[in-house]
Design a protein around this ligand. Structure first.
Ligand SMILES: Cc1ncc(C[n+]2csc(CCOP(=O)(O)OP(=O)(O)O)c2C)c(N)n1
Ligand SMILES: [Mg+2]
Length: 346
């Protein structure tokens, strides 16, 4: 079956929705420090993953390793719409979600390298980053499995009267999992403050969306549950933050769930051994022209909140931090054999 040409970002922001979007106005303005910090976190994620890619090639990482290159504005823009008290949960492509919710690069590398100093003591690997202190609930390998867990996290906040919202992330491939549909039904029926963020990077492993989903407009899956579904572009941090803020406000004030389909793209293969025969090099190059990190970099320079020299030195500092974190992780011990049966059940 021939695949259709992928839509490129237009700058339009919100592209479509099943119902009119509520008007909660503009998201609160960010301080200079906040904007620079979100840029730093996106840049850190990219550099962390470039180093991870090299480490995989040299055999330091076993098992799976799914990189987030190209999708950074999704995690950053959605996280920047809420606080670290609002729970988040994602699938296995979780490096950004972890690093942007407080996991330090050292323990993040150590986890990839199977070391005892890793975020989950070297027993989880790339797919199982957790930072419960900052409400980052994983890191899950079963496609769609986290959609029911996200529902539970959101239900708990409502039950406790906390006025929080849970962002639950998933890939486009997860929309076909039964558990997702069960979760949508309960979320709408019981008015649970969960936002299902579909990170539509156009492929589920090597299968393009139009080859795995009958409706290609995935936000419309909400219609079957009388739920609000929104589709937006996701290479621009500010676009993602604004639409996420609107849905988060609605979830807090009205206890209403939603689907937020974010149109993005992954530059690398699905995991590490992926010959990528399902797409052309030209397609990848076209998307690289809409790089989320470049877009935010240009914006903050144009806003004059930082000059090029200071931004260059911030980037230099991040690159050094990544090298130091990698070295620290490599010098860490592997878990002791006696640890094999510990931390298996909570
Ligand atoms: C229940 C289940 N079925 C199959 C797999 C194998 N698998 C791992 S990732 C993946 C593709 C998922 O693609 P998508 O949801 O679009 O996420 P992306 O990798 O693009 O972030 C599949 C089929 C799995 N992990 N779990
Ligand atoms: Mg996908």
């Amino acid at each position: 079956m021939a695949t259709k040409k992928k839509p490129l970002p237009t700058g339009a922001g919100v592209l479509a929705s099943t119902h009119p979007l509520p008007d909660y106005g503009a998201a609160p303005a960010q301080s200079r420090e906040e904007r620079i910090e979100w840029y730093r976190l996106m840049y850190l994620t990219r550099k962390f993953e470039e180093r991870s890619y090299q480490s995989y090639q040299t055999g330091l990482i076993g098992g799976f390793c799914h990189l987030y290159n190209g999708q950074e504005a999704v995690a950053a823009g959605t996280f920047a719409a809420v606080t670290d008290a609002d729970p988040v949960i994602t699938a296995y492509r979780d490096h950004a979600h972890g690093l942007m919710r407080g996991i330090q690069p050292g323990p993040a590398f150590a986890e990839l390298y199977g070391r005892a100093t890793g975020v989950v003591k070297g027993k989880g690997g790339s797919m199982h980053y957790f930072n419960v202190e900052k409400q980052m609930w994983g890191g899950h390998g079963i496609v769609g499995g986290q959609t029911a867990l996200g529902l539970g996290l959101a239900f708990a906040t409502k039950y406790l009267g906390e006025k929080k919202v849970c962002f639950c992330y998933m890939g486009d491939g997860a929309v076909n999992q039964g558990t997702f549909h069960e979760s949508l039904n309960l979320a709408q029926l019981m008015q649970i403050p969960v936002i299902y963020v579909i990170e539509n990077n156009m492929y589920s492993m090597g299968t393009a969306v139009e080859r795995h989903s009958a409706p290609v407009e995935l936000y419309k899956r909400a219609l079957g549950y009388d739920m609000l579904g929104v589709r937006a572009e996701a290479q621009d941090f500010d676009i993602v933050r604004q639409v996420s803020w609107t849905l988060a406000e609605r979830a807090r004030k009205e206890n209403m769930p939603a689907i937020l389909e974010l149109m993005t793209y992954r530059y690398r293969g699905h995991s590490m051994s992926d010959p990528q025969l399902y797409r052309s090099k030209d397609e990848v190059e076209e998307y690289r022209k809409h790089d989320p990190i470049e877009i935010l970099r240009e914006k903050i320079l144009a806003e004059g909140i930082i000059n090029e020299k200071d931004l260059d030195s911030l980037e230099e500092k991040v690159r050094k931090e990544v090298v130091a974190a990698h070295d620290w992780a490599l010098a860490s011990p592997f878990p002791a054999q006696s640890e094999i049966y510990t931390d298996i059940y909570a």
